[in-house]
Design a protein around this ligand. Sequence first.
Ligand code: ZN
Ligand code: ZN
Length: 565
Amino acid sequence: MQSSKKPSSGKGVLKIIPLGGLGEVGKNMTVYEYEDDIIIIDIGFNFPDGDMLGIDYLIPDISYLQDKKDKIRGVLITHGHEDHVGGIPYIMNQINAPIYAPKLTCGLIEAKASEHPHLRHLKLNVIDPDKDKIKLGAFEVEWFRVTHSIPDAVGIVLNTPVGRVVYTGDFRFDHSPVDGKKTDISKLSKLGDEGVLALLSDSTNSEIPGFSISEKTIADTFDSIFEKAKGRIIVASFASQINRIQLVINAANKHHRKIAFSGRSLLRNIEVAVRLGYLKIPQGLAIKVQDIGNYPANKVVVMSTGSQGEAMAALSRMARGEHKQIKIGKGDTVVYSSSPIPGNESAITAVVDDLFRRGAEVIFDEKNGSRTHVTGHPGQEELKLMMELLRPKYLVPWHGEIHHLIHHAQLAQSIGIPEENTPILDIGDVLEITKDKAIKSDKKVQNGVVLVDGLGIGDVGEIVLRDRKVMATEGMFIVICTVDKKTGRLLTSPDIISRGFIYMRENEQLVNNARGEVKKMMIRRDGEPLPDWTKMKLKIRDHVSQYLYSHTKRSPMVISVIIEV
Ligand SMILES: [Zn+2]
Ligand SMILES: [Zn+2]
């Protein structure tokens, strides 16, 4: 692969620009740009590292799109996992384009959006991946079904003026999927026969040999766990693992246990999935979590969130003894039906230990050779199968950390795709594709993360608790601005008070620079109308938080105060 020395004029060039999801697993978002038309695939979020207390989510930086918003013809979503849809409530206020996705994905997006009252009305369009073909500017879009750990997952085909580009989305080949929907092999092979210029494919498990294991195998494990358990069973998984939830429901039904669900996001997703027909709960099986006390322990299953050790999730509250309805004790069996997302291991271990302390039996993945979780991503043989079906000229490894991408590229080379046709991209890179070349540009577009602090979302109890934790571990940083009531101008230099964050005398420069940042934000031109001070306060808080984080890698609680005199 060559690198271009000159920036291209853009005529007749398809640009593929990842704004997230490469060099990481999370916050997927990709821009496809052909002359005056742009489409976006997926808008996900990522969870912050343990050292970013007080920050709820990380979303992609979309500065690149700021002056191109009128070119955006549509947003295509591959499936309902948070790393593909989580950023929508925060980013779609800035993008006024229709969203296209299959039925369940649209339902999950709609339910999520309803919890964000300030989000503009989303133009959601349900597509049928088996039939639909639509035109969005220079792009003709088609879809194909893929098996993943959530129903209605799709891959996307973009027929562009330079050729056909296929993005697999998250996928696997499972010949007995829980929802009966298999990856559409016949459509893939037809697309391959017609010709594929570039394939962007899921690299998450490119280092794992062989085929992934069928989701159905978990059913057997659940069976034997349910058989043996003497008391309550608590199964923890992700709120969006709809297929897994179905397996737990099936096991509860078979073993004559009632099932209760704990966790707000879990309840929300279940409501949508049941309403749209993607989840089947036999009549009378589900009970409210506050009613589990009315049933003997061996007649109850609780499904909960918190498999990643998230401090506020239901399972973590149970482990700390803070869950209102569920007190964990001897005889309880807790089953983890998920694998740890890298970075969450120590938080998970802490929860597991607390559960053991309370006397529960805790079952991890593959303990005693049993399997309580399988991956939703393709192993090496499945990746090869995808390449063999589509026979692309270029294989561009997608969705993964750099080592995943490189191993995926090597796999492609092992089946005959030349190395120069397997470009490795990182976030912000631009892949320029013409009819006969694919070149990684020397220039990157602006990229990075935007921190989302979900204040105002969730209940007060959670916020207070979180604030306390932030102050305890990261300290606080207070900015006080005194402004003239009439002109809105600063009367004095902003005052800064800091506790537990830095020693101010030794960090004079940082404090002065932060003060300078605030001053810049407060500059007012003659005749400019007075700003909305509430919004201004939030803007100062966000800006100072990001400034401090980028310079210290710490996230103290930032409080901004504006006093009008
Ligand atoms: Zn996924
Ligand atoms: Zn994903």
